[in-house]
Structure formats: C-alpha cells, structure tokens
Design a protein around this ligand. Structure first.
Ligand code: CUA
Length: 196
C-alpha cells in the first residue's frame, strides 16, 4: 500500500499498535524492576558471603596436573591432614575419576581447617553437606576452602560435578574427632580412617 501521509513518521498509528510514549514508559518500568532484582541478588551474594563465609572458591592458583604425583605439594606422601604450627589444619586432597585421595581424612573439632584440592583429569566437585564447603575442583588449578567443624562425626563428601560414568560412586569422608583424640593420632592415622 502506498504511503500517502505527508509526514510518514507522524502519521496516525493503526489500531493495536502501542504508541511510542507508552512503550517508553513500560520499558522504563521494566528497567526499574530489573535493576531492583539485580540489587536484591547482589545483596544476597554479599550477605551470604559475610554471614556464612561463602566466597569464590578458587584463589586462581595454577598447577600442572600432569606432574602432580612426581613431587611438590600434592605428592602422595603430602596428602591428607597436616597440622600447622598455629594448631590449624591443612587438608590436601587430589580428585580423579572416580575418587578422592585420600578417601577419608581426620580433622579435629573446633579447629580452623583449610582444604586444598586439585584434579588430575576432569572437573570434579567437593561438597560437605551442612557446611560452607562447596567448590569445583578444576584440573590445572588449586581450589582452597576454609571451614571449622563444630560437631564431631563423619562428613560424607560427594563429588557434585558430573565427571563421567562413575560420578555417582565418587564419595569420600572427613572424620571430625575430638581434639585430644586427634593429637594422639600418628600422622599416618590422621589421613586414613582405617582402624589400626
Ligand atoms: Cu568426580 Cu563427579
């Protein structure tokens, strides 16, 4: 149909076409709703970060996954729970299809614990239910999470990133024991739950 209006941008709109002012007003309102939603989500991230010590999992520390076993921090003899001079624990774990090494480690209750993890193959997950511990374990990077257990017991740690056919069976444990009991354990007993 030929356009007969002398000034096409000003010609009357056909029925059912929403006028520009109404569109602009509606878009402004939705913009307001979106900004408010973003603000709420940011507030949730910041508040949970402060109140539950949940933070970004990786400190962007890189490591060569092909030489983990040859030496350095994640050599087999260095895995499991180590006691630091200030009394805190550092737990080093290696995730690989389909298990964690070691598959059970002990820590003392009411003691700051720093988990340091890396992967030999694909992305795995490390989660301790009812704690703030939940991180991805990415090959080539070291994931670090800090926590403190206030209740003794066995904490099961499932791999929570799909990592292949055996993913559902990739479980390990952290055994939280009373402080005196931990101190009486030999270093090898601290990184194993096998009864000796
Ligand atoms: Cu490892 Cu899923």
């Amino acid at each position: 149909m030929a356009d007969t209006h002398p000034d096409p941008p000003q010609r009357p709109l056909p029925d059912a076409v929403v006028p520009a002012e109404v569109v602009a007003r509606t878009e402004k309102r939705w913009l307001g709703v979106m900004v408010a939603m973003l603000a709420v989500m940011m507030a949730v991230v910041v508040l949970t970060g402060i109140t539950h010590a949940i933070g970004p999992p990786s400190n962007v520390e890189t490591i060569d996954p092909t030489t983990l076993h040859l030496g350095g921090e994640f050599a087999e003899s260095n895995l499991g729970t180590a006691q630091e001079l200030d009394g805190s624990h550092t737990v080093r774990l290696v995730a690989g299809q389909y298990g964690f090494t070691p598959d059970c480690t002990k820590v003392a209750v009411d003691t700051p614990v720093k988990f340091r993890l890396t992967s030999t193959d694909v992305i795995h997950g490390f989660l301790l239910p009812s704690t703030n511990v939940n991180t991805m374990v990415v090959p080539g990077f070291v994931a670090e999470v800090r926590t403190k257990f206030t209740t003794p017991g066995i904490y099961r740690m499932p791999c929570n990133e799909f990592c292949g056919a055996g993913h559902h069976g990739m479980w390990a444990r952290v055994s939280v024991v009373p402080k005196e009991q931990f101190q009486s354990l030999a270093p090898t007993e601290r990184s194993s739950c096998v009864q000796q």
